[in-house]
Ligand binder design. Structure first.
Ligand code: CTP
Length: 408
């Protein structure tokens, strides 16, 4: 049985407070010990008995209760993680200023635990220069900011400011906690350096249909792409995974778009690229597809002894995204090569990054014994000038983290 970690959930006074109940419940079901610190305003939106029943612990609000046990600092000192959801514009301003005029403010100031906040407010408040500046201050302190999402708000309006979905907040928070715990005593300094960055990753191998039952495929398992998605999530990023025929499971917390063929991946990546800060093309995309897909199964009697397939070129997704990239958007490609000579492998990589026009290229040798499907990977990362910026050999998760270090 795992040892429960103490997670403090701070709830501030916004309508999204009712969704915080689901966040508390998810942490409890995950086996963690949850202590809710609600502001008085939060309790106007959601009842104390509800939060106490769901968290299985007393809910604290008042700075002047539990004085004998020095509660205003004890809760923060005992926390392994603090999550504030929803975080109103007012509470974000107070956090940025380091105010401690309520129990939640004291708890946060007295804690060295990683802090994850999920803003929720109307679009005008989110875009207000005061909030923008306050959020920038929080980011600069290494605080993970999840969301807000874009969508329907409380009234009839919609736009940016909607609290991120509870599942996503919980997934990001647990990833931040796991990363902090695995950093041991240095937990407090495990900075979620991709906090709030939107990272779009393609993974797996495309399948090009021949007829209703057959396809042309490749050996990519998707392990490296999924490791990248998990590592990015743990570093606070908002991750979208465009997944083609994966052989590995994806955590439900990662927004996943399932695709089959190169054309489907092309469409999904092009659509998602507009809002991405970082794009990583880890998928093995088929360069060619059958010119036509047979409606019925191809029959031997109709074909005879030799079957000739006519293939047409697929769009080069990486090259297209690189050409269309907007300022500040970072694009990373992979090069899957079977060349065994190290110098010639690098030369192929340098040639490929020139053709693709991306910012970095992760060169890896693939074959029966390496790359595809294996648990480990050995890669060399080139920048757009062909200069080696990183060389790493290890688990696909450690390779993923080295690649993400380039984004920082
Ligand atoms: N890629 C892509 N679209 C394609 C083919 C590849 O976006 N139609 C991307 C891959 O996801 C990878 C990079 O381009 O990030 C390089 O893929 P790779 O298979 O190594 O190279 P190719 O472009 O296919 O060139 P070649 O097969 O000739 O080596």
């Amino acid at each position: 049985m795992k040892t429960p970690r103490t997670i403090v959930v701070g709830i501030t006074g916004g309508i999204a407070a009712y969704k915080a109940v689901n966040i508390v419940r998810a942490f409890v079901l995950n086996g963690d010990s949850v202590h809710v610190v609600a502001t008085p305003a939060a309790l106007r939106f959601v009842g104390k008995p509800t939060l106490e029943a769901i968290s299985r612990n007393p809910v604290h609000t008042d700075l002047y209760e539990g004085v004998a046990e020095v509660r205003h600092v004890a809760i923060g000192q005992g926390a392994a993680l603090i999550v504030v959801a929803p975080a109103t514009a007012n509470s974000i301003a107070k956090l940025a200023a380091g105010l401690a005029d309520d129990l939640l403010g004291n708890t946060i100031l007295a804690s060295t635990a990683p802090l994850v906040i999920a803003p929720a407010m109307h679009t005008e408040m989110w875009n207000n220069p005061a909030t923008v500046a306050n959020v920038a201050v929080l980011r600069s302190r290494g605080i993970t900011i999840v969301g807000p999402g874009v969508g329907r708000l409380t009234g009839t309006d919609s736009g940016a400011g909607r609290m991120e979905e509870p599942d996503t907040i919980v997934a990001v928070a647990l990833a931040v906690l796991d990363r902090a715990m695995s950093a041991g005593e240095a937990a407090a300094s495990a900075v979620p350096d991709l906090a709030g960055r939107r990272v779009l990753i393609s993974a797996g191998g495309t399948r090009e249909p021949l007829d209703p039952v057959r396809f042309l495929g490749n050996r990519s398992s998707g392990k490296q792409g999924v490791a990248l998605a998990q590592a990015a999530l743990a570093r606070g990023a908002l991750v979208t995974l465009v997944a083609a025929n994966l052989e590995v499971a994806v955590p439900t917390s990662i927004t996943t778009v399932l695709v089959g063929s190169a054309l489907e991946m092309h469409e999904a990546m092009t659509r998602a690229a507009g809002t991405a800060d970082v794009i990583i093309m880890a998928a093995a995309v088929a360069d060619y597809r059958p010119r036509s897909v047979q409606v019925g199964k191809i029959k031997k009697e109709d074909v005879g002894d030799t079957l000739t397939l006519e293939l047409v070129k697929n769009p080069d997704i990486l090259a297209e995204l690189s050409t269309a990239s907007r300022p500040g958007q970072l694009i990373i490609g992979f090069a899957a090569e079977t060349e065994t000579d190290a110098d010639r492998l690098l030369a192929l990589g340098r040639d490929k990054i020139t053709r693709k026009g991306c910012d970095y290229l992760v060169v890896n040798r693939v074959g029966q014994d390496a790359g595809f499907g294996t648990e480990r990977n050995t890669v060399t990362v080139l920048d757009r000038h062909g200069v080696i910026v990183s060389e790493v050999s290890g688990s696909k998760m450690s390779v993923a983290n080295c690649i993400l270090d380039l984004i920082g």
